[in-house]
Write a protein that binds this ligand. Structure first.
Ligand SMILES: O=C(O)CCC(=O)C(=O)O
Length: 236
């Protein structure tokens, strides 16, 4: 299912869009179980916090349902409306799944990339319902248009938003299990605190349109839709 011109415009203007597609219940359950299993078995690469694994990295490299999700039509069909027909998956930004519990607190407000000319589309995949109580994603709409100039995509977001007088404009985005949220990665966003005794599981993946001026293979990128297309004028 592609996006309508109005939906594309909404995404460009506000920096986020709840995709009209979702993962099926069976797909959601299979992916959630795979994430929980790899976290429980500490299948590397794993990120740990307070002595327990909280995140698995390189989900692409795990193959199976991870790779099937990254390349599924439910994600790539609407993304063609944003990124065009030739889409690359990015292996060195996101490419991870996270299990958040009560003790994890909230995550810092951040951008995923530094500069508008190299932005990506991040897709957040919710494997459990994410609510106001268990820490749904929070975003500040429109902030993907604010100036660049951060030295790191992380950690400086709260200060930047406070300086800009925009911290109170943050809005929560609750999502159902299987829901897919696309954001322009320049938008300031973060995870809310989990105030429940339950978990909040999500997977984060990033995509780029295939770069028509790049004529060498980059193993940090995987073409997942369309074809490589070199359009440089150095060969004419
Ligand atoms: O899960 C979320 O709400 C946000 C995740 C995120 O910002 C990230 O993985 O970089």
């Amino acid at each position: 299912m592609s996006l309508t011109p109005s939906q594309v415009r909404f995404f460009r203007h506000n920096g986020f869009f709840k995709l009209p597609t979702t993962l099926s219940d069976a797909h959601t359950e299979e992916l959630r179980d795979a994430i929980w299993q790899d976290i429980e078995n500490e299948v590397e690469p794993v990120v740990r916090s307070k002595g327990r694994p909280v995140r698995i990295s390189d989900v692409w490299g795990r193959g199976g349902v991870f790779e099937r999700t990254i390349t599924c039509d439910e994600i790539l069909d609407p993304l063609t409306s944003l990124l065009g027909p030739n889409i690359e998956f990015i292996r060195n930004r996101h490419n991870h799944a996270t299990l958040r519990l009560h003790e994890d607190g909230s995550a810092y407000l951040h951008r995923d990339v530094l500069q508008w000319s190299r932005t990506i589309v991040t897709v957040l995949i919710y494997l459990e319902e994410s609510t106001m109580e268990n820490g749904c994603t929070r975003i500040i709409p429109g902030t993907h248009f604010l100036e660049s100039g951060m030295t790191s995509p992380s950690h400086e977001g709260v200060d930047r938003m406070a300086e800009a007088g925009l911290i109170d404009q943050m809005v929560p985005v609750p999502m159902k299990a299987g829901g897919l949220l696309a954001i322009d990665s320049m938008i300031f966003h973060g995870v809310g605190p989990n105030a429940t005794d339950g978990s909040r599981t999500s997977m984060t993946v990033g995509y780029h349109s295939q770069d028509e001026l790049m004529d060498f293979d980059n193993d940090k990128r995987v073409l997942v839709r369309g074809e490589p297309l070199y359009q440089g004028n150095d060969r004419r």
